[in-house]
Write a protein that binds this ligand. Structure first.
Ligand code: ZN
Length: 431
């Protein structure tokens, strides 16, 4: 397997490489007592009603109700009377894909203990995620678009980023959510995660999932971070400002959103290459409507680099090659974005705060303006020497559930969230 396929993953700077489950385990129904069969939802296929009389053969567009209109228009301008100025920080949290089958991931999946602890460190389970969303909502947060928080302005010929004043409903606090690695990597499918996004017969986004015990593949909206947020916002339209949802960070080396849209420079045999390209084009066509639908329903996209590279230690040439590949293979599908989420939280040139190094300058030159790392508070800093803002995100996951309860109390209480029963017994510092 090529090096980059192993050189994954996950966004924090710790040394931690998840790879595929070592062995494939034949279907094993026992030990599956934590999987609620009600979670296994298959989209309802409603037979199209037969029109009674069709006097003229007028073209009949497929009418999918636009459920999202209610969200987009929930708050009227006259209700947005709270000014959230540049001196007030905007909280930003991020998630990795969420663990659909905690008993599989934490107990039954045949992976080395170090990988299991990696899952524990950097992921939350479906139940934890649902509770976190509810707590964020209960604590008065409202989702805002990262693209609305900062803007680029030119004054006297100098172009810089500025923090905007957000207009919010009274009593609400702004929140940016981002999701890293919304790529549905192959190795994750074997660890009890969902496998791709697609559009169901109802016109909405669904996730494909394979039960790791029964190997049954089905569609669900209840086991994937993206579709769960979709559902939560539909149920709580006041959780979103003007239809905002969250930003998805995408790498490119295994395609995007579960579609294998990437090139492969190792495939050189003409016959093999032709087959590879044919499949790639099919995947590209298949993902386009998903992207459209996601954009329509409040999602935006960001780069997470093509190869999930460490920007602090890569040469400029490597960063350029990687970025160009991301723009060609991912940017060409999702459209322009100004946001880059650093893999591993790793800052370009080792330091993006007190210096503007050559990799940073290059990334800015191709259009990135919002440079996002990982930290312990809603830090942000508008650069003085170049049009760019750097900012940090907090990270709800096993490490912070266990060891940073106090810092996260403004969002939720880890005591109410952490799935102590399923997670490995690795301790925590609260009682
Ligand atoms: Zn990542």
């Amino acid at each position: 397997m090529r090096k980059r396929l192993l050189a994954l993953l996950l966004c924090l700077a710790m040394v931690f490489a998840l790879t595929a489950c070592g062995e494939k385990e034949p279907g094993k129904a026992d030990g599956n007592d934590k999987v609620d069969p009600d979670e296994v939802v298959t989209p309802v296929v409603t037979p199209a009603p037969t029109p009674e009389v069709t006097p003229t053969p007028a073209p009949t567009p497929v009418l999918v109700p636009n459920l999202y209109e209610t969200v987009r228009n929930y708050w009227s301008e006259s209700q947005l009377t709270q000014a959230w100025g540049p001196n007030k920080p905007v909280d930003h949290i991020f998630f990795h894909p969420i663990i659909a089958y905690p008993t599989w991931a934490f107990k039954d999946c045949k992976i080395p203990q170090s990988q299991r602890e990696g899952l524990d460190d950097w992921m939350v389970t479906v139940d934890e995620y649902n509770k976190i969303l509810q707590a964020l909502y209960d604590n008065g947060y409202i989702l805002v678009r990262i693209e609305d928080v900062w803007s680029e302005v030119t004054v006297d010929g100098t172009t810089r980023m500025v923090r905007n004043t957000l207009q919010l409903p009274e009593g609400k606090k702004p929140l940016i959510i981002s999701f890293d690695d919304v790529n549905y990597y192959q190795y994750m499918l074997e660890q009890g995660f969902t496998s791709k996004l697609l559009i169901g017969d109802d016109g909405q986004i669904w996730a494909e999932c394979t039960d790791p015990y029964t190997k049954e593949t089905f569609l669900t909206q209840d086991l994937d971070a993206i579709t769960l947020l979709d559902k939560f916002v539909l149920d709580h339209p006041d959780f979103s400002l003007n239809g905002a949802k969250a930003v998805m960070g995408l790498t490119g080396y295994e395609g995007i959103l579960g579609y294998r849209t990437q090139t492969d420079r190792d495939v050189t045999d003409p016959t093999e290459l032709a087959a590879f390209e044919a499949n790639r084009q099919k995947e590209i066509e298949a993902v386009k409507p998903i992207i459209e639908k996601l954009k329509e329903t409040g999602w935006t996209f960001a780069s997470h680099t093509w190869g999930h590279i460490r920007l602090e230690s890569r040469s400029l040439a490597k960063v350029q090659d990687d970025t160009q590949r991301w723009l060609d293979e991912v940017g060409s599908l999702i459209g322009p974005t100004t946001v880059i989420l650093y893999p591993y939280g790793s800052r370009p040139d080792g330091n993006d705060w007190t210096k503007t190094g050559e990799s940073f300058q290059y990334l800015q030159s191709v259009g990135f303006r919002v440079f996002v790392s990982v930290g312990i508070e809603p830090f942000s800093f508008i650069k003085k020497d170049i049009s760019a803002v750097i900012c940090d995100r907090m990270h709800p996951d096993g490490t912070t559930l266990r060891w940073s309860r106090d810092r996260y109390l403004k969002f939720y209480d880890a005591k109410d969230i952490m799935d102590v029963e399923n997670r490995p017994d690795l301790g925590y510092d609260w009682e």
